[in-house]
Design a protein. Structure first.
Length: 136
């Protein structure tokens, strides 16, 4: 009889610790939200640069602009979907979570490689060197 109240107290303690641990994840979620905001800012920066050079840029430059915008959108959507999956991680199988993380990392790496390709193709200053080359 005395072991039942102790077991109930231990169970409540474990439940309390598990539920309280969600606050340890809160800064991570806030950080993900802020990074997503930065991605949105970068999207509009690229979009306005595209609008400013639409008549002066050559075809390959336009393709790189559009690909970088599309890649930013895909990374943002992937981030949101991954964020939602982590919020509901208890009900999602681990193999699906791993697949979502791998997909997101693939999109993010492709965005980085696209930026690197842009730097290789158009110089260290990217958009500015392409505009200067067109004006000369």
């Amino acid at each position: 009889m005395t072991s039942e109240p102790q077991a109930g107290a231990a169970e409540r303690l474990v439940e309390h610790v598990i539920l309280s641990s969600r606050w340890l994840r809160a800064p991570l979620y806030v950080g993900l939200f802020l990074v997503l905001g930065l991605v949105v800012v970068k999207f509009f920066q690229e979009f306005f640069q595209l609008g400013a050079t639409v008549f002066s840029a050559d075809e390959s430059r336009m393709v790189l602009y559009v690909l970088s915008l599309v890649d930013l959108v895909i990374v943002a959507i992937s981030s949101i979907h991954l964020f939602k999956a982590f919020l509901d991680a208890a009900s999602i199988p681990n193999d699906k979570l791993v697949l979502l993380v791998v997909s997101h990392v693939t999109f993010a790496v492709s965005a980085i490689l696209l930026a690197h390709l842009d730097r290789i193709a158009f110089g260290a200053s990217g958009h500015e060197s392409a505009k200067a080359g067109k004006d000369a």
